[in-house]
Structure formats: C-alpha cells, structure tokens
Design a protein around this ligand. Structure first.
Ligand code: MLC
Ligand code: AMP
Length: 505
C-alpha cells in the first residue's frame, strides 16, 4: 500500500472529465488533463535523474501548470520545494544551497541570472516554466508520456519542504510528509463540507501552506473545481464571486473587498463559505463583512509547520476574534512558555499542538527541531493564546519576534541584519505597526553614526534587491538610541507604542 498523496488524490476522482481548474481567461483543465500533465512532468523529472527523496525547487508565477507541477513532483516521489516569487537572488542562494535540489524550475525571465547560480551551487538542472505554460520544462513534459505509475511512498516520507524564516534570521525548511498533508486536507474537506459541487475562488499564492495545501489539496481531495487567478486583484475577485461557492483568503483580501461598493449580498448569493487565516482577522472586519454580505467569515489558525490546527465551526457560532476549536485529530494545549507546565483553562500561555498534521522537523537542523518540541511530542508554536470556557481558542499575541504583513511572515531579525550591515548604521530595531491594509506594516528604527548621511530613501534603496519587497520597511525612522530595559534588551513595545498611529487612515 502506498501513502503517496498523489495516489490518494487519483483514487478519489470518479469523473475525470470534470473541471478541476479554470483560469480567469477561461483556460480549463479537467481532472484527466491534470493527471496527464502531472504524469508527463513526473516522467520528465525521472528522465532528468530525479530519484525519490530528491528536492525539486520551484520559483515560478502562479498558473495551472505550476500547480500541476507540484502534483508531478510528488507523483515522482520527489520533494516539492516552492519558493516565493518575491525572493531575490541573494535569498535564493541560501535556499538552494541549503536544500540542494536536483532540479530548479524558474521563470523564463530569471533564467539567465539563476542558472549560473544554480550551477555554482551544484544543481544538476535549471529549467523554466512560464505563466502561460511555456518554457524548457514544459517542452520536456510535452515530449514525455502521460502514463506514469506514482512512486510508492510511506506515510512519513517527505512530500514537501517549505521554508519559514527563523527568529535568528536563518530560514528553516519545514519538512512535511505525505501523511501530514493528506490527513489535514481530508479533515478539512469534512469539517468545511467540501464536495465535488464546490467551486473555490483561488486568489492566493501557491508557494505557501494556505494557497497550496489548504486550498488546493482540499479541492483535489473533494474532486471539486476552482477558479484560479494569478494573484489577488479586488476587481477581478468581485467579477468572479458570483460564479463560486467558496473563497479562502488572508484578512487583507476581506479588508480590500469591503472597500468596494460592488460587494453586496446579491453578488455572493451562491457562496456558502468564506474562510480567513494566516493572520488575525479584526473583529471589525468580521462584523462589517457579515453586515454587508450576510456571511460570517470562518476563521481558522495554522502554520507552515503544522498545516491547520483549529477552526471555527461550520455549523454553530463562528466567533469573531477567535480561531475556533482544535480540528479532529489535533491535540492542543496551553502551557507555560518557560516550564512547559500545562495551564488551566482561561490562562494565557504558549499554544502547543500534536497530531498527524505536525511536521517532521526542520531540514538538516536537528537541534532546532529538538528545541521546538516538548519531550511528549507537542510542538511549541510560538503563538500565545488561551482557551475560553466554551472551548474556543484565542490567539492573544506572539512569543516570537515576528511580523505578519498581508499574510506573509517577516522576521525582524532578518531585516535588522541587512540594515545593520549598511555603512553608517550602528544598530536597528524592526517592528510591526498596525496597518489598515496589511494588518501590520514593517517599520524600521535606526541609530546611525553621527557623521553618516543615511536617509530613509538611501536605506530602502540599499535593501532593495537584498530582501523580497514584502519584507522592506514601509517607513524608516532615525533615533539617537534605542530604548532598552535593564537587561539591555531593546524594548520594541515602546517603539510600537510610539508609532502606533503611523499608518492610520
Ligand atoms: C505585496 N507587497 C507587500 C505585500 N504584498 N508588502 C507588505 N506585505 C505584503 N503582504 C508590496 C509589493 O511588493 C508592492 O511593493 C507593494 O507592497 C504594493 O503591492 P500590492 O499591489 O498592494 O500588493 P499585492 O500584490 O496586492 O499583494 C498583497 C496581497 C499579497 C495581500 C494580496 O501579499 C498576498 O497575496 N498575500 C497572501 C500571503 C499568503 O498567502 N500567506 C499565507 C502564508 S501560509 P512596491 O514597492 O512594488 O510598491 C500561513 C499558514 C496559514 O501563514 O495559517 O495559512
Ligand atoms: P507561517 O509561518 O507563514 O505559516 O505563519 C504562521 C503564523 O501565522 C502562526 O504561527 C500565527 O502566528 C499566524 N496565524 C495563522 N493563522 C492565524 C489566525 N487566524 N489568527 C492569528 N494568527 C494566525
């Protein structure tokens, strides 16, 4: 018996002629088309020497072919490694060096820069895939056979590695097994009542857990369909909403859609479910959405390392400002962050989780992995929360120094390291400040040398090309010194307080 997720997906599709993906421009892929192309990709990869367990790193624009490549990689028994298209060459050098993929797939436009880097790092093949299904990998796939027997995999074999930044500044590769992905997606299909009749509006990127695993795996395992947009564009989303039964988004999606007068009850009358996650949804947004559309957004909580942990109920009260109940099969507890002692109901502490959804550890970082698990197998999420008297989980803060901007994680340490390396900088503190669109806005406070001529524009220019755009500070300020406590630790809370109204509309 194979536990390959691809085999599971195939086994659940009764009607291969049914549509899986339709793009905004009307390109359609049935399930039969999808499997044929996935298997062509798998054959092409095997012909390139890809063995089970090899990594295939992919940094491409969102398209049906890009998603189907994910299926091809796992069918081949290889490990899918998606990379944010915003990552710069400097960032890619670290990921490729660390993961040692056998194949790198990139956009045709970046091949000339990335191919020499990949070669220098020992990658055997650098191929391309463009947003319209063109490129050298596609040529190989088109020439390959559509017949392929998925490689047998055990439940704990890896299906994917997703990099998440670390508090120390170095990104860590979260290793996700076939069982991690299949168990969570199957649970969510049931919990959120997905069936083959559903049509999901998919406007999320497909290089993160939300758009790749939550949205796409659910649709695949339900045999449902999706309208696949290259990115979130409020106007295009409003145009497509009347055709769908569900949408998943980060809070910024909902905030932006609410700004349009076109968002009405009538527009969403076929929708049965709106899901939000990846960052806190403000209770005001939840209420405003209900007032405007008649729908209560279902908020859930997850992370790259764990897939989804909790969800508000499908039936029953979806409570604004909470992330609902632990999903079936997921154990969740609140513990004292230092001692690990389990706390009583209602007390605030570290959220810890255990279950088939929880990852296999960080790629080649056994010490970091060990440090984030309790001896009894619970994973320490870094999120602070409590469980109320009705059992709803509330996230009240973060024990980790992390900013979530528009659903993307930005680790201040990584940005501070780049800023501190600039000539004329003595030290810096990067903080998240409440932002009406992105939830939190990355903001830098810098102490510079007296004679340094550095200004905001010069800092931003110097960081551009070093860090992905979403990590760049929206504003930069200069201070004579940073506030510190008696232990010498920078008091970021004071800086956050000072700048709390910075981005207010
Ligand atoms: C884009 N920019 C951002 C940004 N996205 N800046 C900060 N935060 C972001 N999230 C930059 C752009 O580079 C651009 O810079 C400027 O901001 C304006 O861009 P925009 O056109 O407004 O941005 P847009 O392309 O519309 O993107 C915004 C967004 C997008 C919110 C739609 O970021 C997005 O799709 N986010 C979803 C992230 C996601 O999927 N997270 C899930 C992680 S999984 P310039 O300089 O060019 O003007 C996870 C687990 C879980 O967390 O529980 O799900
Ligand atoms: P990532 O590492 O990108 O997967 O981000 C995971 C983090 O996003 C979690 O540890 C939480 O801090 C945060 N997160 C995800 N969903 C929610 C939510 N519904 N409310 C608040 N924070 C969330």
């Amino acid at each position: 018996m194979s536990d390959n997720l691809y085999t599971l997906i195939r086994s659940r599709i009764q009607d291969p002629a049914k549509t899986f993906i339709e793009t905004g421009e009307g390109r359609v892929f049935s399930y039969a088309d999808t499997f044929a192309l996935a298997q062509r990709f798998a054959n092409a990869l095997v012909a390139l020497g890809v063995q089970p367990g090899d990594r295939v790193a992919v940094q491409v624009d969102k398209s049906p072919e890009a998603l189907i490549l994910y299926l091809g990689v796992i069918a081949a028994g290889a490990i899918y490694l998606p990379l944010n298209v915003g990552y710069t060459l400097a960032e890619l050098e670290y990921f490729i060096g660390d993961a040692e993929p056998r194949v790198v797939v990139c956009r045709p436009s970046v091949e000339k820069d990335l191919a020499p880097l990949a070669q220098k790092l020992g990658v055997a093949h650098c191929l391309t895939l463009g947003s319209k299904g063109e490129g050298s990998l596609m040529d190989k796939a088109n020439a390959a056979s559509p017949d392929f027997q998925a490689v047998a995999r055990q439940a704990d074999d890896l299906a994917a590695i997703l990099y998440t930044s670390g508090t120390t500044g170095r990104s860590k590769g979260a290793m996700l097994s076939h069982r991690n992905l299949s168990s969570n997606a199957l649970t969510l299909v049931d919990y959120w009542r997905f069936t083959r009749d559903d049509v999901l509006l998919h406007a999320l990127p497909i290089f993160h857990t939300h758009g790749l695993f939550v949205a796409s795996n659910i649709i695949l395992l339900a045999g449902a369909a999706m309208i696949f947009l290259p990115k979130f564009d409020a106007e295009e989303v409003l145009k497509q909403l009347p055709r769908v039964t569900s949408m998943m988004g980060v809070p910024t999606f909902y905030v932006r859609l609410l700004q349009s007068p076109d968002l009405t009850r009538d527009l969403v009358k076929h929708v049965r479910l709106f899901v939000s996650g990846s960052a806190p949804l403000l209770a005001d947004t939840h209420k405003e959405w209900e007032a405007r559309t008649g729908h209560r957004i279902l908020e859930r909580y997850g992370m790259t390392e764990t897939n989804m942990n909790t969800s508000n109920p499908y039936d029953g009260d979806r409570v604004a400002g909470t992330v609902g109940f632990p999903l079936p099969g997921v154990s969740l507890r609140i513990a004292d962050p230092e001692s690990g002692k389990i706390l009583a109901q209602g007390e605030i502490g570290m959220i810890e989780v255990k279950g088939p959804n929880v990852f296999q550890g960080y790629w080649r970082m056994p010490e970091k992995t060990a440090a984030e698990f309790r001896p009894d197998g619970f994973f320490i999420t870094g999120d602070l929360g409590k469980i109320d008297e009705r059992g709803y989980v509330h996230i009240v803060g973060r024990g980790k120094d992390l900013i979530i901007s528009g659903g993307y994680n930005v680790y201040p340490k990584e940005v501070e390291t780049e800023i501190d390396a600039l000539p004329g900088v003595i030290e810096s503190a990067v903080i998240g400040v409440q932002h009406p669109d992105f939830g939190e806005g990355v903001t830098a406070v810098i102490v510079k040398q007296k004679d340094a001529s550095l200004d905001e524009a010069a800092v931003l220019k110097a960081l551009d090309g070093r860090l992905a755009k979403f990590k760049l500070p929206k504003r930069v300020f200069f201070h004579d010194d940073l506030p510190r406590n008696t232990m010498g630790k920078v008091q970021k809370n004071l800086l956050r307080e000072q700048y709390k109204d910075l981005y207010k509309r």
